[in-house]
Design a protein around this ligand. Structure first.
Ligand code: GH3
Ligand code: MG
Ligand code: MG
Length: 348
């Protein structure tokens, strides 16, 4: 996953995509409210004002259609957002500039900024809006602004206050999200996050037709560690093993703790052979490391979805889990693959 100036480390992207899906139906409703407002004001503002609103709706519609395939969807979404502010600016300019009652409408899209982006996106978005308001006000009728400065002071203050207040909501919502999908002991993503990611990869796989590899790992004889050294040593081992696994992976191979001492790694784009290589690296890394002051080993099961089909997460997991069972049966500290032979050896 590549970052961008909006999301330097790429971790906020998941939130943005999720929020965008939630915003879509509500956005239609809010465009509807604005359309009714403009139609009711038609005799005074002119009927044409509905056209820029329709344009803005189309801009977002187009952005939505491309968002799922884009490598850095936040750039497209931010451009669509900026374009919608420019459209508002043009229609405000045409309906009187600083004296247009719709000048305050610049504040509406600011709410969606904080729902999608973090501090940087909000700051740039507010700055863009401030510049547009000033440009429209002074460009169309500088005299009116000089005679009556509150015409622009009030909308500017409204926008800045919304930007500031929304920052708090954005932070709290991000914190809650992090708590919901992160395992507190290891800091790894949890089962809930895995379910979300699997659904996303399934959708992507329909477009990209790329395979997805899955590794399921389980610590060997971990009960012995707990029983002989105590639960807190067991916890320390788990924490360090999680770190060893994360360190051995590429940035976009996500690792999840799905149960007590069981971990899942998703390897997008990898077939069975490639995924086996990754699993073997993990196995060797765990064997070589000292974790929680102990030496432990881990067994791994590996599966991969066929490149030409939609990802079937349940199947993928069942296959990898069966292969893990084989690894345990074959003496542990090894990697086993989900092949047809493996499926025959152990009925589901
Ligand atoms: P095997 O090689 O067959 O996997 O043997 P095992 O002893 O690891 O067996 P199993 O996977 O069934 O054992 C799971 C153990 O993991 C049981 C429990 O004591 C321990 N465990 C599960 N969750 C935690 C946790 O959060 N902290 C600690 N310290 N131990 C945990
Ligand atoms: Mg287990
Ligand atoms: Mg175990």
């Amino acid at each position: 996953m590549r970052g961008s100036w909006l999301f330097p480390d790429g971790v906020d992207r998941e939130r943005m995509l999720d929020m965008d899906r939630r915003i879509r139906p509500v956005r239609r409703a809010s465009f509807g409210v604005l359309a009714i407002g403009l139609l009711a004001s038609g005799p005074w503002l002119g009927w044409w004002t509905i056209i820029p609103l329709a344009l803005a709706a189309i801009v977002f519609r187009v952005a939505d259609e491309h968002i799922d395939q884009a490598e850095r969807p936040e750039i497209g979404l931010f451009l669509a957002w900026t374009l919608s502010q420019v459209i508002i600016a043009v229609s405000v300019a045409l309906s009187g500039g600083p004296t247009a009652p719709t000048l305050s409408w610049f504040a509406i899209p600011l709410v969606t900024l904080s729902a999608r982006f973090s501090e940087r996106g909000i700051a740039v978005g507010v700055a863009v809006s401030v510049v547009l308001v000033l440009a429209v006000a002074f460009g169309v009728d500088a005299g009116a602004v000089i005679d009556d400065p509150p015409l622009v002071i009030a909308p500017l203050a409204l926008m800045l206050a919304m930007g500031i207040l929304n920052t708090v909501l954005m932070r709290s919502e991000k914190d809650t999200r992090a708590e919901a999908v992160l395992d507190p002991l290891t800091g790894m993503l949890n089962r809930k996050a895995l379910a979300g990611r699997a659904a996303e990869l399934a959708q992507q796989s329909e477009v990209t037709r790329e395979p997805v590899g899955m590794i399921v790992g389980d610590l060997d004889h971990f009960k012995v560690v707990n029983d002989t050294l105590g639960h807190s040593t067991g916890d320390a081992v788990l924490k360090d093993v999680a770190y060893v696994i994360r360190k051995a992976l590429r940035a976009f191979d996500f690792a999840y703790r799905i149960g007590g001492e069981e971990f899942v790694v998703l390897v997008p784009g990898a077939d069975l052979v490639h995924t086996e290589v990754v699993a073997e690296q993990l196995r060797a890394a765990v064997e070589a490391a000292t974790v929680g002051g102990q030496r432990v080993t881990m067994s791994f099961g590996v599966s991969a979805s066929p490149a030409e089909a939609r990802l079937d997460y349940d199947q993928l997991f069942a296959d990898a889990d069966r292969a893990l069972y084989l690894a345990k049966r074959d003496g542990r500290n090894c990697v086993r693959l989900a092949t047809a032979a493996a499926a025959a050896a152990i009925p589901a």
